[in-house]
Design a protein around this ligand. Structure first.
Ligand SMILES: [Cu+2]
Length: 267
């Protein structure tokens, strides 16, 4: 229904609602524009100088314009109370239960996205600022913590399974960044000192999107949507949406790599 707006391709189950709201807002604004534009033209003709050589100090006495203004306020109240607030409540406030979702931590920094999966045990391992090393351990993950042994971290590469609710716990190390993936219709600021959850359900795999768009190099991109410093333009991550089994396989491969590394830390 919203193709006429030229929005980016939709690839999330939660996105139709957002697109609906964007579409309706445009329709209402078009009606307002035509209404106000018509009134403006009417006023120009009706109060033209040749017909009104002398200013009328009493002005308009009819109440019609008051009714019009009340009408506009009512339309805006309907948009806010009827559409925007309920949508906010379902899209932002109501997170899916964690045991049915994939929870992943995404930490923005100048100028990269650090991705942290809790691994099969679903528990995020301990992190410590003293262990933080920008090259080798950008999150300060403590691998001696039993819960951290299966944690997977990546840089700028977010792998997700299709058709599963994803909860991103968004954090920032330094400044305000913003996690935006237009195809999933999500955008959220990352604020230092806060962990802000956001959620979405990707429903089109990267492979499917490549066939759909006819572009064999198509990638979902995490664009940093807040000007966060000189390198802001290159702060971009990639999201790869995999089939459920492919995702399992990717996670199993990562687990195997971790085991290998633990056995031979110098490798
Ligand atoms: Cu940024």
């Amino acid at each position: 229904m919203t193709e006429w707006l030229g929005l980016p391709a939709l690839a999330a189950a939660n996105g139709a609602q957002i697109d609906g709201l964007i579409g309706w807002t445009h329709i209402f604004m078009l009606i307002l524009f035509v209404g106000w534009g018509g009134f403006f033209l009417y006023a120009i003709v009706r109060f033209r100088r040749s017909r009104n050589p002398v200013a009328d100090y009493k002005g308009v006495t009819s109440h019609r314009s008051t009714y019009l203004e009340v009408g506009v306020a009512v339309v805006e109240a309907v948009l806010l109370i009827g559409f925007a607030i309920p949508l906010w409540a379902t899209r932002v406030e109501a997170l899916p239960p964690e045991n049915e979702a994939l929870v992943v931590q995404v930490t923005g920094e100048q100028f990269a996205w650090n991705i942290h999966y809790p691994g099969p045990d679903r528990i995020f391992g301990r992190t410590d600022i003293k262990l933080l090393d920008l090259q080798t351990n950008p999150l300060g993950l403590d691998r001696s913590d039993p819960a951290a042994k299966d944690d997977v971290t990546t840089l700028n590469q977010l792998y997700l399974p299709v058709n599963k609710p994803i909860i991103v716990r968004l954090r920032s190390k330094d400044m305000i960044h913003s996690f935006g993936v237009p195809e999933f219709r999500v955008k959220q600021d990352a604020i230092p000192g806060l962990t802000i959850p956001l959620w979405f359900i990707p429903n089109v795999t990267t492979a499917e999107m490549r066939t759909r768009t006819g572009n064999p190099e198509f990638q979902y991109e995490i664009a940093c949507a807040q000007l966060c410093g000189l390198g802001h333009y290159r702060m971009r991550g990639y999201v790869t949406v995999l089939g459920a089994e492919e995702f399992q396989k990717w996670m199993a491969d990562e687990q195997a790599k971790l085991k290998e590394q633990a056995a031979d830390p110098f490798k």
